[in-house]
Every structure is written in structure tokens, then in C-alpha cells.
Write a protein that binds this ligand. Structure first.
Ligand SMILES: [Fe+2]
Ligand SMILES: [Fe+2]
Length: 426
């Protein structure tokens, strides 16, 4: 059962889906990082070359300014044409640099150069169309070709700055945008991964809960079958096991109010106790009919045989424990079966345990079992009224029963009476 459950979980489609998502995310993150480092390299190489171009262009500007002997930033149209031509030549030289082409080719990005060249040629032509108007009217004119832009104006400084920005700042902006896209993609991948994990964890917990409830159903069915089998052999009816389960639960809940038992008697323990109770006489299956069903009192020898039923029951459940995995519950059931005939003063059986050495489950079961025997009809006796049952139990405080459990019983005896009246035999 346990192995089956684990196998089912590990073979589930959810696991495959998780692995798939994980792989996709890792591959995309790795791919994006690789692409990013390549783009970064491209941008660096290109930036350096273009920066060289612009620097030489600036140097040219200073030289010509000196020649003009003028502080005015305004240049005439002819001078502008001259600089534009120089810049274009410098840029083309950069584009034609075999070293740059080779380096970009190494990274599979040689297509960058033709696109810059095409853009520049287009830009240059457009500038030619508006140049003369700008210089005569003293206006500004913004030109944009793909990712290049130039502000045409009669301010020479402005023209140069816009040319510079067009190549350097724009390529940096593009890089920044690319980085943002990378970060966003990585972020999204991680988000998808986390969401998938949450989804799968949630799904798996549902599968686990489903398996747990099926396991509990199977357990309860097994226990009912075992308990019923024991009852079939006895003269007691099925109501005895139902009532004692309710009595032991009542007692346990009352005992849980005592500080020394508060931690021990948790919900799980009480539920296990309630499920174990019906099995207390399972060992009677091993007692022969002539002893078990004898109408009169048992002889000493017969009683000795009868006294083996707690050990027989515990033994048969240990065999079940070896093949099933409900260990926490079975341990408690075995303990309860083995000790339900022990007495507080040490005169019980099978081991003659005394006081607190008797497991709590056995001490609780003893009272529940005896109350039910007293308050219901048996072949050898009629049912005692509730008050008489209470009196007998009170008289056995410290003898048959744990004084604290008797105290708990007295606190809830009215509840015992209600159960006894509402679940009568027959
Ligand atoms: Fe018993
Ligand atoms: Fe019983």
C-alpha cells in the first residue's frame, strides 16, 4: 500500500510536467544569457569603432574652427556639407574595417553592418534634401531613419551632438532595452516555474489526501471485519463494540482536560483509540466454543484458557502489523488489546501490571468494557440500572480502575447513561 502510493506519486504526469517546465525555463534562461552576452559584445565592439569615428570628426571640427577664426557656433552651408561628407567617410571606413567585420562574424552578427550602412545612406540622402532650406530659414528639422536620427539645424554644435547621439546613445538605449527584455523574460520564466511548482504541489497534496482517505477507508473496513468476526463467536451483539467505542472516546476527551494528559491525548490519539476499541476481544476468536459459549460459570482451568484472549488478540494483530503499514494505529490497538484486563491494583491479567505501568489505552478500555457489561443484559445476568453501575465502578476505584479515570467517568456518567439507553441491544 505504502509503496503503491509512493509509486503513484512519483509516476504522476505532474512530475513529468514539472521536469518539462524546469528544463524549458533553464534552457530559456541560459539561451537569453548567452544571447545577451553576445549582444553586449556586439554593442561594445561597435561602440568603440563609432566612438573613434566621432572623435576624429570632433578633431576635424576644432581644426576648422581654428581656420575660421570665429567663436560663432553658426557654420555656413558649405562647411556643413564638408563635415557631413567627412563624417560619412569616417563611418564608412569603420563599417569597412575588416577587423570589425571579422569579430562580428565570429558571433554570427555580420548582418549588423549592412543595416547600419543602409540606414546611414538613407539618412544622408534625406539630409541632402533638407540641408539648404534649414540653413536659409534658420530652423530645426528632425530626421529619423530606423534607429538613427539627426536634428538638422544651423547650430553646428547641435548637429554634431545629434550625430553623436544617433550612434552612441541610441545603441546604448537599444542595449538597455535589450537588458530590460532579458530581465523581464528571466523574471517571467521564474514566475512560470514558481507557479508550476505551486500548481503541482497543490495537485500532489490532493492526490496524497485522496490516497490517505482511501487508506483510512480500507483500514476501517479491515477493522470492522475483524471486530465483527470476533463478535460472531461471542454471545455479545454488535452494539457492544459500538457502545464501548463511544464510551472510550468520552472518557479520553474528559481525561484530556487533566494537564498531565493534555498533550498525550490529542485528536489523533483519541481517534486511534476509538478505532482500536472494537478490537479489544479479537483474541476470543482463538478460544474454543465450549468455553466461550458455556452458559454456566467457568472452571479454573477453563478460565485460565479464557485469560489468554488478550495475548491471542495482540499476537494476531502483530501479524497484521507485519504486512500492513498502519503502524501508529496498530501499536495502540495491540497495546489496548493486551492490557484491557489488567487491574490498577495488579490483580488483573495477562501480566498482573500495576498502576501507571498499565498502558492508558488499557486502563480506559477496562472501564468502558466493564460499564457496558454491567449496563447491558448478558446470558448470565440482567442489565443493571445506571445508578448501580456507577456505584459498582466507584467502589472499584483504586482496585480495578485508575482513580483518575473513575473521576473522569463520574464527570461524564450522564453521557454514559444516554449512550446506554439509546443503543440498547436487540
Ligand atoms: Fe476481554
Ligand atoms: Fe468486551
Amino acid at each position: 500500500m505504502e509503496n503503491g502510493a509512493i509509486k503513484r506519486l512519483y509516476n504522476s504526469k505532474e512530475i513529468l510536467f514539472l521536469v518539462f517546465i524546469l528544463l524549458i525555463s533553464l534552457v530559456s534562461i541560459f539561451g537569453i544569457m548567452l544571447l545577451n552576452s553576445q549582444r553586449h559584445y556586439e554593442a561594445t565592439v561597435l561602440n568603440e569603432k563609432i566612438f573613434e569615428t566621432v572623435t576624429s570628426f570632433n578633431r576635424l571640427k576644432i581644426m576648422t574652427n581654428d581656420l575660421r577664426h570665429s567663436d560663432s557656433p553658426i557654420v555656413d552651408y558649405q562647411m556643413w556639407l564638408y563635415f557631413r561628407e567627412k563624417f560619412s567617410q569616417a563611418l564608412m571606413a569603420t563599417m569597412d574595417d575588416p577587423q570589425l567585420a571579422l569579430e562580428l562574424e565570429r558571433y554570427g552578427s555580420s548582418d549588423i553592418l549592412p543595416s547600419i550602412r543602409t540606414n546611414w545612406e538613407l539618412m544622408n540622402r534625406k539630409m541632402g534634401e533638407v540641408d539648404s532650406q534649414i540653413f536659409s530659414a534658420g530652423e530645426e528639422y528632425h530626421l529619423a531613419v530606423n534607429n538613427l536620427y539627426v536634428i538638422m539645424s544651423n547650430s553646428f554644435e547641435r548637429q554634431l551632438n545629434s550625430l553623436y547621439e544617433s550612434f552612441i546613445v541610441n545603441s546604448r538605449k537599444a542595449l538597455l532595452l535589450f537588458n530590460r527584455i532579458t530581465v523581464a523574460t528571466v523574471f517571467l520564466s521564474v514566475l512560470v516555474l514558481i507557479l508550476s511548482l505551486l500548481l503541482i504541489t497543490n495537485r500532489m497534496s490532493h492526490v496524497q489526501a485522496d490516497l490517505d482517505s482511501k487508506r483510512l477507508e480500507a483500514r476501517d473496513a479491515t477493522i470492522n471485519a475483524l471486530a465483527y468476526q470476533a463478535e460472531l463467536r461471542d454471545d455479545e451483539t454488535g452494539k457492544h463494540i459500538e457502545r464501548t467505542a463511544l464510551y472510550i472516546e468520552l472518557l479520553a476527551r474528559e481525561m484530556a482536560k487533566y494537564s498531565e494528559y493534555a498533550n498525550y491525548l490529542g485528536e489523533e490519539y483519541i481517534s486511534d483509540l476509538k478505532i482500536s476499541a472494537p478490537l479489544h476481544d479479537i483474541g476470543k476468536v482463538g478460544i474454543s466454543d465450549n468455553i466461550l459459549l458455556k452458559p454456566g460459570p467457568l472452571s479454573d482451568e477453563e478460565f485460565e484458557i479464557m485469560k489468554t484472549h488478550p495475548l491471542l488478540g495482540a499476537k494476531s494483530l502483530r501479524r497484521v502489523e507485519a504486512s500492513l503499514g498502519f503502524s501508529s494505529f496498530l501499536e495502540l490497538a495491540i497495546e489496548l488489546i493486551e492490557s484491557h484486563h489488567e487491574k490498577w491494583d495488579g490483580t488483573g491479567y495477562p501480566y498482573g501490571l500495576k498502576g501507571q505501568t498499565i498502558p492508558l489505552s488499557g486502563r480506559l478500555m477496562a472501564l468502558a468494557d466493564v460499564y457496558d457489561a454491567l449496563s447491558s443484559e448478558r446470558v448470565y445476568k440482567s442489565a443493571f440500572p445506571h445508578s448501580k453501575c456507577v456505584e459498582i465502578i466507584r467502589s472499584q476505584e483504586g482496585a480495578h480502575f485508575d482513580p483518575q479515570i473513575v473521576e473522569a467517568f463520574l464527570a461524564v456518567e450522564k453521557e454514559f447513561e444516554k449512550i446506554s439507553l439509546s443503543m440498547k441491544d436487540g
